[in-house]
Design a protein around this ligand. Structure first.
Ligand code: 5GP
Length: 368
């Protein structure tokens, strides 16, 4: 395990595996180009080590050059790409083969293709040592790649995390085990929203409220939103796979978060299992579930108060409130057992001032 800045990384590929991948690409390109003199164009900074080893493995006539784009900030593409080091000028009529360290979403590649679009090259090919086919947008064919890797953030062998790690001889992957992933339970009025806000800021977590995620996807007519709406419109429940997919998108959108707070999901044991499976596939897990506990009568008083201010009709009727509590009790009880078996269930007294409750939550999280 190594540490770069604030994050931990664990071994992913050793030197031998990397060299095999490099040789694999060199052999394939040699089969196609050994009788020409192609120009290899490395994309800086990430590809310098790859280009160096690649050229040692490619012992045929060739030229080499570099371009430099500026785009990657931290753990996520910003989408802003500019040229910092321009094209070589002898490329007209030549076969150009781009050497990339890694292709992720494909945004950088798009810029590269634009960069070369106005040149009269004979041929333009793309070779990447690492290729995340799961997340690649598929816009351009990837002509050669060394290894298809899962959607994990990697460092080493030229690849950095905020400029550290480029000199590592092996490749490491972000260790998600140091994340804090929480599920927040609480009856209406228990103060989940307020406390989630606090946890989010204190621990750099991303708050994923299923209700908000649904509304966002439906409002923006995303593919998943449209799918979810088709069930809702028929009066059916949205299948768990669809909800999980939406959560997956949220998790993928926030690689810089130190963890997630799941709010409003899971509501059933089947959903809890689906969530566990999904997190496991990302090398993540739920660390704790926290229920904000409060006496019904106290909550009813709080909700009626809230109802007066917000005008929410379901907060103004005591019978409706009790119904929501009953529903909560029925649904969460089995979940409590599920998480208790995994020793992850924590209950926090939700009566007191906001600061008092916050302190109780901090104790639980710090004790993880
Ligand atoms: P894309 O534009 O395809 O999303 O990302 C390509 C660029 O993002 C790469 O050239 C690299 O700079 C950066 N990148 C993408 N994935 C990773 C990763 O897992 N680790 C590191 N260190 N950089 C990455």
């Amino acid at each position: 395990m190594i540490r770069l800045h604030d994050k931990y990384f664990k071994p992913f590929l050793n030197e031998k595996e990397i060299q095999q991948a490099v040789k694999g690409i060199a052999d394939k390109i040699a089969a196609d180009y050994k009788d020409q003199t192609p120009i290899f164009v490395g994309v800086l900074n990430g590809s310098f080590m790859f280009v160096s080893d690649f050229l040692k493995a490619y012992q045929h006539p060739c030229e080499v050059s570099f371009v430099k784009l500026g785009s990657y900030q931290g753990l996520t593409s910003t989408g802003i790409v500019e040229t910092l080091l321009d094209l070589p000028d002898n490329i007209e009529g030549r076969s150009v083969i781009i050497l990339e360290d890694i292709i992720d979403t494909g945004r950088t590649l798009k810029e590269l293709v634009h960069l070369f679009a106005n040149t009269n090259v004979k041929e333009f090919k793309i070779a990447s040592l690492f290729y995340k086919s799961e997340v690649y947008n598929g816009e351009y064919a990837i002509d050669y790649f060394g290894l298809d890797i899962p959607d994990r953030f990697i460092v080493g062998y030229g690849l950095d995390y905020n400029e550290l790690g480029r000199n590592l001889k092996e490749v490491y992957q972000l260790n998600q085990k140091y994340m804090i992933n929480l599920v927040l339970f609480g009856k209406p009025g228990a103060g989940k929203g307020t406390q989630a806000q606090f946890l989010k800021e204190k621990y750099n977590l991303k708050h994923i409220s299923t209700g908000d995620v649904f509304r966002y996807n439906i409002k923006n007519n995303t593919e998943l939103g449209t799918l979810a709406k088709s069930y809702i419109d028929k009066g059916d429940l949205v299948p768990d796979e669809v909800t999980i997919k939406m959560l997956e998108d949220e998790v993928n959108k926030n690689p810089e978060a130190d963890g997630f707070i799941f709010d409003g999901f899971p509501r059933t044991v089947a959903q809890a299992e689906a969530l566990d499976n999904f997190l496991e596939s990302k090398d993540m897990k739920i660390n704790a579930t926290v229920a904000l506990d409060a006496n019904d009568e106290v909550l009813i008083a709080r909700l009626l108060e809230r109802g007066k201010v917000s005008g929410r009709s379901d907060d103004q009727d005591v019978d409706k409130i009790r119904n929501r509590f009953d529903e909560y009790n029925q649904k969460t009880a089995p979940l409590q057992d599920y998480y208790q078996e995994q020793h992850k269930f924590h209950s926090v007294n939700g009566i007191g001032t906001i600061t008092e409750i916050t302190e109780r939550l901090t104790k639980v999280v710090d004790g993880l």
